[in-house]
Structure formats: C-alpha cells, structure tokens
Design a protein around this ligand. Sequence first.
Ligand code: HAM
Length: 421
Amino acid sequence: MSKAIQAVRGMNDLLPEALGLWRRIEDTARAVLESYGYREIRFPLVEKTELYARSIGAVTDIVEKEMYSFEDRNGDSLSLRPEGTAGCARAGIENGLLHNQIQRLWYAGPMFRHERPQKGRYRQFHQIGVEVFGVATPDIDAELIRMSARLWRRLGIDGLRLEINSLGTAACRAAYRERLVDYLRGQHAVLDEDSRRRLDTNPLRVLDSKNPAMHGVIAQAPSLLDHLDGESAAHFARVKAELDDAGIAYRVNPRLVRGLDYYTRTVFEWVSDTLGAQGTVCAGGRYDGLVEQLGGQPTPAVGFALGMERLVELAARHGSAAADDAPLAYLVMLGDAAERRGALLAERLRDAGLTVESNLGGGSLKSQMKRADRSRARYALLLGEAELAAGVVSVKALRAEARQQELGEAELIAYLKAQIT
Ligand code: HAM
C-alpha cells in the first residue's frame, strides 16, 4: 500500500461533527447582518498579488512573509487571498457599486496566510467580513460595533473585551510618524532586530511588537491619540459617545495599530482572554483612503472581519447549541418489496418537507435499527411484510418513551409534520 497523502500543514478538514456549530454561527451571523441591511458579496479566492501589496501594504508581515503567491501559466503573479477587504473593494470598484452610493456588504469564506500554525492560528482559516462603503460619518463605525456586540449576544458569548483606537488621517499619521521615528532613534540601542528594521520601513508597526523586551520602549513612546487632527478627534469622540449610549464597554488602547496599512481613524478589536495567545476574535476599522488607492473615486469605508475558527472555539466553550442536522426519521425496510415501496414513500415524505434517511443495502431488523440509532433520527419508520400487507408504516420513537404506532401514509405525514412545528 502506498503512503497516505496528508493535508497541508495548517489547513484543516472540517468534519460533519464540527460543522453543526459552524452552521449555527453562520446562520446567526447572516440573520444579524441582514437585520441591519447588509447584502452578501462573493469575490475570487485568487487575485493579482499587486492588489494586496497596494492595499494591505508592501511592508507588512502579511505581504512580506505570509502570502501564498505563485506565477500562473501566463507568468502573472497571483496570490491566494490573505483577507477580504482588498478583494471586496476591488470588486466594488470594478462593478461600479461604490460611486455615489452607500453599500453595506458582507462575505464569508476561507483566507490563506503562511503563518506558523498553532491553536487558533491556521494557514487556511475562515472569516465572516463586513464592509461599508460611502459613509464618512462616525455613526457607521458605531453601528458596526453595535452589530458585532449583538452577534455575541445572539451566540450567548460574553466576556469579550472591546479595544478601540484612532489612527487619524494619513496626514496626521505622517506627522506622528516623524515624532515616533525621532523617539525610536533615541532608543536605538534597546530596539530588537525586527523593530530596527521596521523603524526604517513601517515605524508604527514597532508599537505592535509582541516582544516583551520592547514593552517598556513602547509604553514610553509618544501617543498617536495626542496628535490627532481636530476632525479625527471629533470623529473618535462621537464613536465613543455612541458606544456609551449603547452601554458597550471599551478600552481605548493607544497602541492598537493593526497589521494592515490601509486603516485610518477608528480601529477596533474584540479580544477574548480565554483563547490563549490568539485571542482576537474580530477586528477591523476605517479605511477611507483605500478605494482611491486602488484606482476608484475617493470613497470612505469601514469594516471588520471575525475569525470563524476562534469564534467556534469560544462558542463551544459557552455551550452554544449546534445547528441540528439530524434527519427526523430513518426508514427501515425489510425485504425487496418493502425496499421498492419504501423508496417512493421516502420521496413523498421529502415532498412534504420532511427529512428522511433511507436504509441502504438491506440488513436484518437489528442491524437496520442500529443504523437508525446512529443516524440520530428521532423516529424509525418500519416497513416490513406485515406493514405492506396492511398499508401502514410502524413508527417507533428513538429518543423518547412512546408507544409504537401504525399509521397510514397521510396520517404519518401529518404526525411527523406535527413533530417539527
Ligand atoms: P485581521 O485582523 O488580519 O483583519 O483578521 C481578522 C480576524 O481574522 C482576526 O481577528 C482573527 O480572528 C482572524 N484571523 C486572522 N488570521 C488568522 C489565522 N492565521 N488563523 C485563524 N484566524 C485568523 C482583516 O483581515 C481585515 N480584512 C479586517 C477588516 C475588514 N478591516 C476592515 N474590514
């Protein structure tokens, strides 16, 4: 026998057993997003590499180290999408969705980053993302955060911390960057290698360093919040006021800079303290410059994405119920004639909107009943010689104490329907 081929490291199979909870979260998210007027969009898993370099930023971990980039047969450099914002903005521009209109869009699907796999961090992972185009005012920043808070409530998840910050406009960030670089140059002797490199390429990212040895330097660094322009400061104040109105607790974290370059003004993260190192469940912010940077008309925009793997883990810990994917009934058929009648009966039950798993490949009553039990169905429907002769089906409850009944087809349909309403 040849050696079995294994999945790519950091890319996981999602098995039926786990997917009940995934589906519950996806269904809940869709319902919550639609209740705010968001509409779904789907865009390719592969884009030109340049799209990500121009949006996420050429000097970011994602673009420098983590993208799955390859040349296609035409010699074009393409990349698997590491996130959804760039593709969503590209699709919006290309399809004329963004000009002089407000768009509230959402998407879901796999993203790819060549990171070091660990719990909560994978090379293929899944996001549900939301992007709003065409709204410059802070009401939408606050609506997005309220919407995410509603989703946690609907999923029964509590204990998430909200961290927010404002990065100001590109202009005030440029002025701040100079102050920061001056400060960091003064600290050059104590900077680690990564920070020295970032000092020249992307100094704000020094603030994001995870190296504990850097924490003192970072804590003493000038704060971007002290360098906001008046409009950005007013914008941030309004977002905070609306969060206060809604009773949503938050912490202003002046060191929250995010790992993608396109952000302006509001940025935020929802963090869990129970997931270990990979505790950020949902993150996003405003990116007013991106659409223009990608060749569209200037269009303000804001959004967030949540990490499904982390949210599923958290929901499981909170005992969130999985979506029920068990069939209502399992059809047991004994003998050739019963199998042929049963095949048609099962189709008619499905016509009536019922879920039925038919036994396949015959077997004794005992073995078929075992399979019925394993299917997690609530009822076994028995069709044997006696039932055929009498024109009935025997109905046996598998998960509750109930007398076995013999029902004709019309009664059977009515009875089963009553069980699901
Ligand atoms: P991000 O912070 O890179 O932002 O990712 C958002 C979320 O995706 C993270 O908070 C985390 O839950 C999840 N995530 C990221 N990388 C991984 C990974 N390797 N394994 C598992 N989960 C992961 C963005 O992607 C932005 N596009 C968000 C956004 C939308 N900003 C504005 N609009």
